[in-house]
Ligand binder design. Sequence first.
Ligand code: HEM
Length: 147
Amino acid sequence: MSNTVSQETINIVKSTAPILKKHGQKITTRMYEVMFEQYPDVKTQFDMSAQANGTQPAKLATAVYSYATHIDHLETLQAMVDKIAHRHVQTHVLPEQYPIVGKCLLQAMKDVLGDAATEEVVAAWAEAYQALAEIFINREQQIYQSN
Ligand code: HEM
């Protein structure tokens, strides 16, 4: 599992890890709020009770934080990526849905972090998210093909 993001992006993303640890769940809760409002069709794929009780936002926050911390040694994330990818295949997540989550996640970061979400931070996360999305899309394609 390799990454194609620039060293500068790696540095910026890693520097946001503490703030993500602190505000991660607020960001992911906001992310789902934005996504379900703007793209209500995706709701059918989710167990909405896991939204209401915060389980799913907590899982996503952990995944985003882990990625921020390990972006320069992604091989440590292989087990996590595998588990999430299998869940995504079970719930029929498709490649074309990744930009939706990316857009809503960046919006949520801006909404929650305010001034701390500088242009630099948002641009770095846009690049980093894209790279993570590609990792999931590739892994999920393998799983879909083996099913
Ligand atoms: C890089 C982007 C993404 C990350 C980091 C991520 C992360 C996660 C995590 C941590 C879980 C929980 C897995 C588990 O229960 O073991 C999950 C489940 C799920 N994800 Fe994603 N995800 C991403 C993109 C997407 C996209 C694009 C969609 C499409 C709408 C999506 C839809 C789902 C669904 C439907 C579930 C199952 C939720 C449930 O059980 O109710 N995810 N994801």
